[in-house]
Design a binder for this molecule. Structure first.
Ligand code: HSE
Length: 461
């Protein structure tokens, strides 16, 4: 059988990896797919550079639409990124009857509903293993390997840049801004690292996983997103003393509980934020730029997926797995293929309406709080009194002596000379809305000298 023909849009780091791995492993890939898979056309604005990567025998053009218009191309790989031209090209490729493979998490998290609907209407596949956690086959695991399970929750370190920064902060006791500069110098963080450090990239990935895990639409706009820019080396150190590491987690969870008004709150939590994780959990020990995802299913229990979340050949590994899947399935009746988002589309309407993404105020979790307070009689009692009145149960309290927190420095105006101490409080589970109210009351105490630090805590058990 003649090889399936692939057109590649964008041959940068990942595209080069796809080309090279396909060439290197072509015989094994052919035996797995049942026929050869060949990149026969590439579009890239830098035609000369692209030609150097692919050599003779592959047509290189600067116009991506020429690839989409080529009737010989069966599959289009989109590696351009972003929501702009990439969205138009993906929709045009679908309209032209091409199957699409993309690594574009931003595009799918924001416009996935439109894109998957267009693909279903046209009877083509849109595959996106590379969009989440790079080389880790987490989409395949969630969509197929765990298909027997009612997924209860998943939590992942799904951004390598921020995990690298957090590892360095912990190892070297340095603050965020210092490590970010170093990470940029070493090429671990991009010149504009906003999407990574503000948690947006992780939220795109969490959004996609949430849809597949629970059969809800992709809805990035409902995700709670908080990055790592406010984290200090001090909190990482205190967390460590309490037996925790701080990780930027993407979390999605199916919940059903009594809300503040006594009514049942049912829905999906979808959130990205720094989290204290017990040091003894495997995922807490994922360091550097590595990624990992824990998935809890009712039948299988907890499963852990670990590997490289970015990079040329790790990401190419995921892209090529999608090419093989499409090659195996493209002759199958579209209704009998693996559904894009794991659940058969005609069953989704009911599931969608039943499972809203919950507002952050309805999320229930435990907390790490750090309060810089005046070291005076009664301060601890006032703080714990507010928590007690709010019904927030304390798990542990740690007080650092003045000399350990900079003596009688007085960081804020008017506090110079006042003996100070850090109060670190771990709480049991409580509603975020309840915690917000209690924090506002504690912050208003004259003896609380700085903004209270709040980091959520996930036991992941
Ligand atoms: N910038 C991402 C990361 C990789 O740091 O993990 C691509 O999503």
């Amino acid at each position: 059988m003649k090889p399936i023909q692939v057109g590649l849009l964008g041959i940068g780091t990942v595209g080069s990896g796809v080309f090279n791995v396909l060439q290197r492993n072509q015989e094994e890939i052919r035996r797995r797919a049942g026929r050869g898979i060949e990149i026969t056309m590439v579009a890239d604005l830098d035609v000369e550079r692209a030609k150097k990567v692919v050599g003779e025998g592959v047509q290189v053009v600067s116009d991506a639409r020429a690839v989409i218009a080529n009737p010989d191309i069966d599959i289009v790989i989109e590696l351009i990124g972003g929501y702009g031209i990439a969205k138009a090209l993906v929709l045009e490729a679908i309209a032209a009857g091409k199957h699409v493979v993309t690594a574009n998490k931003a595009l799918l998290a924001v416009h996935g509903t439109e894109i998957f609907a267009a693909a279903s209407a046209k009877g083509v596949m849109v595959a996106f293993e590379a969009a989440v956690a790079g080389g880790i086959p987490i989409i395949k695991a969630l969509r197929e390997g765990l298909t027997a399970n009612r997924i209860q929750w998943l939590a992942g370190i799904i951004n390598g840049t921020t995990n690298f920064i957090l590892s360095e902060m912990r190892d070297k006791g340095l603050d965020f801004a210092v490590v970010l500069k170093e990470a940029q110098r070493l090429g671990y963080a991009e010149a504009d690292p906003t999407f990574d450090i503000e948690g947006v990239d992780a939220a795109h990935k969490a959004t996609i996983m949430s849809a597949i895990a629970f059969g809800i639409p992709v809805q990035f706009d409902k995700a709670y997103v908080e990055g790592i820019t406010q984290l200090s080396a001090t909190d990482i150190k205190y967390a460590e003393q309490l037996g925790y590491r701080i990780k930027l987690l993407g979390i999605t969870k199916r919940v059903e509980r009594l809300g503040a008004d006594g009514k049942v709150v049912g829905g999906i939590e979808l959130r990205v934020h720094p989290s204290l994780v017990p040091s003894k959990r495997l995922i807490a020990n994922v360091e550097g730029a590595m990624n990992a995802v824990v998935v809890q299913g009712d039948a299988v229990g907890a499963t852990l997926y670990y590997g490289k979340g970015a990079g040329s050949e790790p990401t190419a590994s995921a892209v090529i797995a999608d090419l093989v899947d499409i090659t195996r399935l493209h002759t199958v009746d579209p209704l009998n293929r693996v559904p894009h988002l794991a659940f058969q589309p005609h069953t989704l309407d009911q599931a969608m309406s039943e499972l809203p993404v919950l507002p952050m105020s309805e999320v229930v979790t435990s907390y790490y709080l750090r309060l810089r307070v005046a070291d005076q009689a009664g301060v601890l009692a006032k703080v714990t009194g507010i928590l007690a009145t709010a019904g927030i149960s304390i798990d542990a309290v740690l007080q650092r002596e003045a000399d350990e927190v900079g003596g009688e420095g007085g960081a804020a105006d008017g506090t110079r000379g006042i003996p100070q101490t850090d109060l670190i409080i771990l709480t049991h589970d409580t509603r975020e809305g309840t915690m917000n109210d209690a924090m506002a009351q504690m912050q208003a105490l004259p003896t609380v000298l700085e903004s209270i630090t709040r980091i959520r805590k996930e036991e992941l058990n």
